[in-house]
Design a protein around this ligand. Structure first.
Ligand code: ADP
Ligand code: ADP
Length: 225
């Protein structure tokens, strides 16, 4: 079972904006929803957990691995789907996953081929594997984003604002995929859409102005609003 512990996390940007103000959270296996309006600090928290930026103070540990002292070790057990995924304009879905597998240290070609085929099937894009990621619809891009996040057997997957711009069918497919993934790893879903959290998450927190306002099950938290 995976466990993410965040304690007393604070982050102030160079321009003086305090994006995180003393955040503490314990997250265990399953899907955790981080709900909050634009500017609440969700992306700042996700980027800090993903070790893409350092906090002013506080600590983050995933299964005992300290994000501040051992960022490389943490990155090895983390999958991250950023808000804007898709900076590989010319390559196919298959090539994209293969490249990321190389970056994550899977050196054997045969092993990569098996993994890439498995992931393409898992996210239902095997038929589209030769197509350029650039030509994909929003929903397909999100699914390939989940496939890349799954490379390397992560214990935690961070998904930042995933369903913006998806049509209802794509959104449903994406939700089913996340629910499937969350059976074996922690998934943190950052969103401003209440229904996403209601439909998918076993635990949640509401963030506003850099602070955690409420945390608990969606049933309990949402009834307080
Ligand atoms: P969000 O939709 O998460 O609120 P924003 O539109 O605020 O995202 O930010 C988009 C990108 O711009 C992010 O990568 C963020 O780091 C950066 N950014 C946001 N606000 C500022 C700012 N005031 N100064 C510099 N960079 C910013
Ligand atoms: P959310 O993801 O909930 O929309 P963000 O974490 O993107 O919130 O932003 C929280 C606050 O921090 C906002 O006021 C935003 O403008 C500011 N901010 C985000 N990224 C940066 C950055 N790189 N530099 C300066 N300010 C930033």
């Amino acid at each position: 079972m995976a466990r993410l512990s965040i304690s007393n996390l604070t982050k102030t940007y160079d321009n003086g904006v305090k994006a995180l103000n003393n955040i503490s959270l314990e997250i265990e296996s399953g899907m955790f929803g981080l709900l909050g309006p634009n500017g609440a600090g969700k992306s700042s928290l996700m980027r800090t957990i993903a070790t893409l930026q350092t906090p002013d103070q506080g600590s983050i540990t995933l299964n005992g691995i300290d994000a501040l002292n051992e960022p490389e070790a943490l990155r090895r057990v983390l999958g991250y789907l950023p808000q804007e995924f898709g900076v590989y304009p010319k390559i196919s879905a298959e090539e994209l996953l293969d490249h990321i597998a190389v970056l994550k240290g899977i050196s054997k070609t045969k092993e990569r081929k098996e993994l890439v085929d498995y992931l393409l099937q898992k996210v239902n894009l095997y038929e589209k594997r030769k197509k350029a990621v650039k030509s994909f619809s929003g929903g397909m891009k999100q699914r390939i984003g989940i496939a890349q996040a799954l490379i390397g057997d992560p214990k935690l997957i961070i998904v930042d604002e995933p369903t913006a711009g998806l049509d209802p069918g794509e959104r449903n497919r994406f939700h089913n995929l996340l629910a499937d993934v969350a059976e074996s790893v922690i998934v943190i879903l950052s969103t401003h859409i209440v229904d996403d959290v209601k439909e998918l998450c076993s635990d949640m927190a509401i963030m506003n102005k850099g602070e955690i306002m409420y945390k608990g099950t969606p049933q309990n938290v949402l009834s307080e609003l």
